[in-house]
Design a protein around this ligand. Structure first.
Ligand code: NAD
Length: 254
C-alpha cells in the first residue's frame, strides 16, 4: 500500500521541515520528487539525503510568489502526478499591529504562492488525465488563534482555493484536499519562537507543546504520512476535504 512507483511529485518548500519529510517519504515510496524551494542549498541537501537512500529527485530554486518563475519550473518538469503546496511563512500579530507590508508578504507567499502553483499545475494534470493535490493549511484557519491575524487569513484562503479546485476539476480526475496541522516541531516553529520570544524560548516551547491536548507538538513524519496517504491511490475516494492532524487541538480543547 501507499506505493508511488512511477509517479512524479512536486513539493514546494521541500527544503525544510514538513516539506523535507514529504519529499523523503515520497521518494522512499518510489516517486521521482521535484523539490521546489527558495533555498537552493536546503533543497540540494534534501536531494542528497534522498539519493543516499537510493531515491530519485531534482531541485528547483524558486520563489513561489513569483508567477513567472513558477510557470517556468512547472513547464520544465512537464508531467506532474502529485503536487504538495507546502511552502509557507509564519506571522505573529493582531489586526492592529499587523503592518500593510507584513500582511502583503504573508499574502504573497501563503496565498499567491499556492495560486501560482495551482495555476501552473492544474492544466498539466488535466492534459495528463488527472492528478492529486494536497495543500498545507493550518488549524489557524479553523479556530480563533490569538495573534495570528494575517497567518489565519492566509490559511483560510488555502482551504477555499483547495475546495474550489476540487469542485472545478472533479471530472478532470484531479483530487484536491487540505490538511490542517496544529503545532509541528520544525525550523518554522523554532524560528518564530526565536524571533518573537527571545529569552523565553524554553518557556514558549513548553507552552506551545501543551496547547495540543495530547501534550506535545507533532513531528514532521506524522504529517508527511498523512500527506502520503492522501496522495496515494488508496485515497482515491477522497476529495474536497480537510483533515485536522492536531493532537486533539480542534475537538478536544475544552
Ligand atoms: N510547523 C507548524 O507548526 C505548522 C503548522 C500548521 C501548518 N504549517 C504549514 O506547513 C507548511 C510548512 O511548514 P514548516 O513548519 O515545515 O516550515 P519550514 O519553515 O520548516 O519550511 C518551509 C519551507 O518553505 C520554503 N519557503 C518559504 N518561502 C518560500 C517561497 N516564497 N518560495 C519557495 N519556498 C519558500 C522555505 O525555504 C522552507 O524550506 C507551511 O505552509 C506552514 O504554514 C506548519
Amino acid at each position: 500500500m501507499f506505493k508511488l512507483d512511477g509517479k512524479i511529485a512536486a513539493v514546494t518548500g521541500g527544503g525544510s521541515g514538513i516539506g523535507r519529510a514529504v519529499a523523503k517519504v515520497f521518494a522512499k515510496q518510489g516517486a521521482t520528487v521535484h523539490i521546489i524551494d527558495l533555498s537552493a542549498e536546503n533543497a540540494q541537501q534534501v536531494l542528497g539525503e534522498i539519493e543516499a537512500a537510493a531515491g530519485k529527485g531534482f531541485t528547483h530554486a524558486c520563489d513561489v510568489s513569483n508567477q513567472q518563475q513558477v510557470n517556468e519550473i512547472f513547464q520544465k518538469i512537464g508531467k506532474i502526478d502529485i503536487l504538495v503546496n507546502n511552502a509557507g511563512i509564519s506571522h505573529i500579530g493582531n489586526v492592529e499591529n499587523t503592518t500593510e507590508e507584513d500582511f502583503e508578504k504573508v499574502f504573497r507567499v501563503n496565498v499567491k504562492g499556492v495560486y501560482n502553483s495551482l495555476h501552473a499545475v492544474v492544466p498539466i494534470m488535466k492534459a495528463n488525465g488527472g492528478g492529486v493535490i494536497v495543500n498545507l493549511s493550518s488549524i489557524a484557519a479553523l479556530v480563533g488563534l490569538s495573534d495570528r491575524f494575517a497567518y489565519s487569513m492566509s490559511k483560510g484562503a488555502v482551504h477555499a482555493m483547495s475546495l474550489s479546485v476540487a469542485r472545478d476539476y472533479l471530472h478532470a480526475n484531479i483530487r484536491s484536499n487540505t490538511i490542517s496541522p496544529a503545532r509541528v516541531h520544525t525550523p518554522f516553529v523554532d524560528g518564530f519562537i526565536a524571533k518573537n520570544y527571545a529569552g523565553k524560548e524554553q518557556e514558549m516551547f513548553e507552552k506551545l507543546s501543551k496547547s495540543q491536548p495530547i501534550g506535545r507538538m507533532g513531528n514532521v513524519e506524522e504529517i508527511a504520512n498523512l500527506i502520503l496517504f492522501l496522495s496515494s491511490d488508496e485515497a482515491s475516494f477522497i476529495t474536497g476535504n480537510d483533515y485536522s492532524i492536531d493532537g486533539g487541538f480542534v475537538k478536544l480543547n475544552t
